[in-house]
Design a protein around this ligand. Sequence first.
Ligand code: TYM
Length: 331
Amino acid sequence: MIKKTVLSGIRSTGNLHLGNYYGALRNFVKMQTEYNCYFFVADYHSLTTHPDPAHIHENAKNVVIEYLAAGLDPEQCTLYVQSEVPQVTELYLLLNMHAYMGELAKTPAFKEKARKQPENVNAGLLTYPVLQAADILIHNADFVPVGKDQEQHIELTRKFGRRFNNFYGVEYFSEPQAFNFGTELIKIPGLDGTGKMGKSEGNCIYLYEDAKSIEKKVKRALTDAGPTEANQAKPECIENLFTILRIVSSAEVVKHFEDKWNACEIRYGDLKKQLAEDIIAAVDPIQKRIVEIKNDPQYIRKVIKQGTEKAQENACKTLREVREIMGFKAF
Ligand code: TYM
């Protein structure tokens, strides 16, 4: 039976956080045995915020290490770094000819970024979804495991692929679907009472963060004055704590605190103590693996070399076919 193709990536803007892990990476790990998987480090995507060149290489390497530490097996999946596969950027250029200013400028992600960095609204920011579409379409992925915030980018990818097919009268690109094992895509909230946990939101708990620092961050999480009526709905900041609790803690622990909340007996200090403990326990094995892998640079080099070769092979094939469809011929 032919395996369906899966692809996903994470930007290399620093260490990975709980949102990256529970929204995406954990699913990469679960999918790798059943599907034909491509997972990569989106280092070009990190350029839109003009990072220091001194950090580019280390950041990308760190994400590779964290992928491996979380359980990606380079013998089961193809693991690579975006900038090592130049066919992606050529496809990006070609797709750009069929992506329009108007549609790109009105995406919520672009508007949000333009608001956040008004001094640096570069063309890379505008065409960010086209590069993401190139990432996905270069391997003609069927499924893309991502968190809730990426849904729109996958929708745009489908649009670009469909447009290409219609324009050239082919059925070349398939329609990739955002994926989370048949359930809603996940949004891990920040602990500051705001929407999502994110690097640019500055509210992350990282996979590679020491226990003391995790405790401190959880302790500082925003709470309210507490419930005043039995079974009342939780305000957003409390719901956020419970959302993370449901992910890292056992069903008994969650029930215990739900019952306390419903009986107006909850003590946020206890809730936070338990939450911090369970987060620390969840990241502990990953942290141990990170240390091991960091100490083995030869292994990291081997993994990246092998992944680059496998990714390039498939990417070259796609690009050859796309160029032919578009009318490019060998001289
Ligand atoms: P990035 O690097 O912001 O995030 C990587 C993955 O982590 C998920 N994620 C979250 N999920 C739940 N809750 C959160 N708080 C949270 N924060 C992050 C994201 O949904 C994502 O799945 N544009 C992409 C990277 C990318 C990509 C691709 C992804 C480039 N090309 C092709 C898939 C396919 C991004 O910036 O993700």
